[in-house]
Design a binder for this molecule. Structure first.
Ligand code: DX5
Ligand code: ZN
Length: 226
């Protein structure tokens, strides 16, 4: 398979030195930055929001900013993230209808708004959510993100059961649609992910916690070579 992209999840970066941290991993070969937005409701944690996106866009005008929204009401934030320079707006299937009935996000309309605002659109599934939950929207999406840990924090263990869902999705996605995996990825689990059809590898703790970040990025880029 072709080399996967490496998405650096800044959740494990030193927040007091965010610009240098991002510059460091981008210089060492990371392809894009992954921003984990949490609202304290969809997941019991708070992380970063629109202002972080805007600040990174200012310092990194040409970098792809992948915004992963672990929030109950993603539709509230579309315009804000577009204005703040997000490249991709990815929201969870678990907050969309028909899963979440009356108060659920109308995913079709949301995807359309994301595109109208010039962003790419992604949808995300938790480890417990079946892949076919995405079926109604699959064709409209630029990217599908399969969570390989339960969202909420960095540094958790990879859940191998999700590989089957990645294979199922890869079979149904076109060549220009990306398949991303997020959570617990390291050299070994990334090989399994890429073999299952994943082409964007998100990494937080394994990258920012490493002594030699360049070699981590090189290893992930080579995850399909074996
Ligand atoms: C988890 C986030 C991930 C997280 C990954 O809720 O969506 O992006 O930062 O962290 P690692 O790579 O440490 O599992
Ligand atoms: Zn994420």
């Amino acid at each position: 398979p072709p080399h996967p992209l490496v998405a650096a999840s800044i959740l494990s970066a030193d927040f007091g030195r965010m610009e240098q941290e991002c510059r460091d991993v981008l210089d060492k070969g990371a392809d894009l930055l992954h921003l984990d937005v949490m609202d304290g409701h969809f997941v019991p944690n708070l992380t970063m929001g629109v202002d972080m996106c805007r600040a990174l866009r200012k310092h990194f005008p040409h970098t792809y900013l992948d915004v992963h929204l672990m929030v109950e009401h993603p539709a509230h934030f579309v315009e804000m993230f577009a204005e703040a320079g997000a490249s991709l707006f990815a929201f969870h299937a678990e907050v969309a209808r028909p899963h979440r009935r009356h108060d659920g996000v109308k995913a079709e309309a949301l995807i359309e708004r994301i595109h109208k605002l010039g962003m790419q659109a992604g949808m995300v599934i938790n480890p417990a959510t079946p892949a076919d939950a995405l079926e109604p929207w699959l064709e409209e999406l630029d990217l599908v993100l399969v969570m390989s840990v339960n969202p909420g924090r960095s540094g958790q263990r990879f859940i191998p059961d999700v590989l089957e869902k990645a294979r199922w999705l890869r079979e149904r996605l076109g060549p220009h649609q990306r398949l991303e995996m997020d959570g617990g990825l390291n050299g070994k689990t990334s090989q399994q992910a890429v073999a299952a059809g994943v082409d964007v590898l998100v990494t937080a703790s394994a990258l920012f916690g490493a002594e030699d970040r360049k070699s981590v990025i090189d290893t992930l880029h080579a995850a399909g070579d074996v």
